[in-house]
Ligand binder design. Structure first.
Ligand code: UDP
Ligand code: MG
Length: 333
């Protein structure tokens, strides 16, 4: 299998047939083997039946039905898990992304990139509630993570399967896929993609999404910078806080000895106590973080590095993910 198309779908009754038709305009012409994976994220408007009807006609169309609505990130995550293609392409199920861009994405992958993400330069959405908050959020994210990106909200992307397999997506994390992949060493490229207004059905998000994305940014920043060593972050705060505590304490003592100011009424004493406790808290948090990091990596058989290629090696002794866990079970049994 060369190409997998992954589409998250939630209540898109009017769109699924049209999307399928649009994909069929493009995919057969690629001259590559392909599969289409529609992930039905708990739709309740009859979308499920429509998808099943197409799946009966076309064996290259695969459908995953969720038990309930788990969100777009979960839907994409499932699609990535089930995909068999060497290259995985994902796009929205509401026809806002254009399947006609697929050949261009594949050409870019063929140039040697691991991940190609879209930029809806001429985005067709509401200005005040969507485009402006999105511009601001993208600007903040690009600056905080140091990853030059214009449009993280564009679902249309292509990536190699090795990259997709290593992604662990929670919350609204599918928006951060290019950044997470880049952190794992993927060669990323951004391309301008087409974008159409939504003609049928309704958007599933409001302005609050931007706030949630910014909250996820904190997690991502932590993951890409401190996940292997949380002590570097919390320990820093802890040391600063402890030093602040010592300084405040020294100040209070000096004021008592030199100025005769009673310590009990001196705010510096309070500050010293507060910073001292906070400092210990931070250091302990750092230690707990270190323990959690080890559990996180080792329970999944993950490594803190990603190998692109090796030469003249036997297959590595280090097993990835599920295999490692399966092996562990066997050893215990
Ligand atoms: N979607 C989904 N689960 C959800 C919300 C959305 O699978 O909980 C799908 C939706 O059907 C569409 C895509 O994700 O195919 C993007 O959603 P939407 O068009 O509402 O987002 P927007 O384009 O407005 O950012
Ligand atoms: Mg949309």
């Amino acid at each position: 299998m060369q190409v997998s198309i992954v589409v998250p779908i939630y209540d898109e009754r009017e769109n699924v047939e049209r999307l399928y038709a649009a994909l069929m305009q493009v995919l057969p012409k690629l001259r590559r083997s392909y599969e289409i994976i529609f992930v039905n994220d708990g739709s309740r408007d009859g979308t499920a039946q429509l998808l099943d009807a197409i799946a009966v006609r076309d064996m290259d169309l695969k459908v995953i039905h969720f038990r309930r609505n788990f969100g777009q990130t979960a839907a994409i995550s499932a699609g990535l898990d089930y995909a068999k293609g060497d290259v995985i392409i994902m796009l929205d199920g509401d026809l806002q992304n254009d399947p006609a861009d697929i050949p261009m994405l594949l050409a870019k992958i063929d140039e040697g990139y691991d991940l190609v993400h879209g930029w809806r330069k001429h985005r067709q959405d509401a200005l005040v509630s969507r485009k402006i908050p999105s511009k601001i959020a993208n600007w903040i994210i690009a600056n905080v993570t140091g990853f030059p990106v214009h449009d993280l909200g564009c679902t249309l992307k292509a990536m190699r399967r090795e990259i997709a397999q290593d992604l662990r997506l929670y919350g609204e994390m599918h928006r951060f896929i290019p950044i997470l992949a880049h952190w794992q060493g993927a060669r990323c490229a951004e391309v301008e993609t087409r974008h159409h207004p939504r003609l049928f059905g309704e958007t599933k998000y409001g302005i609050w999404r931007t706030v949630r994305v910014v909250l996820d940014l904190i997690t991502v920043k932590f993951m890409i910078q401190y996940s292997t060593s949380p002590m570097k972050l919390f320990g820093g705060f802890g040391l600063l806080s402890t030093m602040g505590s010592a300084a405040a304490c020294a100040g209070a003592v000096a004021m008592k000895w030199l100025g005769g100011i009673d310590m009990t009424g001196n705010p510096l004493l309070l500050l010293s106590g507060l910073l001292g406790i906070a400092g210990i808290q931070f250091l302990v948090l750092g230690l707990l973080g270190e323990v959690a990091a080890r559990t996180y990596f080792e329970s999944q058989g993950m490594r803190p590095y990603r190998v692109r290629q090796t030469r003249n090696f036997e297959p590595p002794r280090v097993l990835e993910g599920q295999e490692a866990i399966a092996e562990l079970y066997q050893r215990v049994a």
